[in-house]
Write a protein of this length. Structure first.
Length: 135
């Protein structure tokens, strides 16, 4: 599955979709697939300040608990309560209704530190090859 081309991606498998000065953040299809069935999401509160590549919350699946890392810096302006109430939406629609937070960007040039969809898809392919080879 090709990643949507209207977003930027982090190596931690989060995506950013920019709409003016506001960015919507979520996890990628690949990330939710690796996690398995998502059962809990812990997100920052609206009004919180987050920093690029710092921990911003946790996501729990039947397999594991994983940290969520912010792909951008700014102020959280909205939290997707639908995902908090029904975390499985992250699995069924990671690029749509499964978004996590909205952020008012504080440093737009940070987006240049993220990957395009083509770069991210190549990154995933590389990770999958590394997993297949093993230690």
């Amino acid at each position: 599955m090709a990643s949507p081309s209207d977003r930027r991606y982090s190596k931690e498998h989060e995506w950013v979709h920019l709409d003016g000065e506001t960015a919507r953040v979520g996890i990628t299809h690949y990330a939710q697939d690796q996690l398995g069935d998502v059962v809990y999401v812990d997100l920052p509160d609206a009004g919180a300040t987050i920093s690029q590549f710092d921990k911003m919350g946790e996501i729990e699946s039947v397999k594991a608990v994983s940290d969520l890392y912010s792909p951008i810096s700014g102020e959280v302006t909205a939290v997707n309560d639908g995902v908090v109430e029904k975390p499985e939406v992250v699995n069924s629609d990671p690029y749509g209704d499964g978004w996590l937070i909205e952020v008012r960007l504080s440093d737009a040039p940070e987006l240049d530190k993220l990957m395009s969809s083509a770069e991210y898809d190549t990154f995933i392919e590389s990770e999958q090859k590394d997993e297949a080879i093993g230690p």
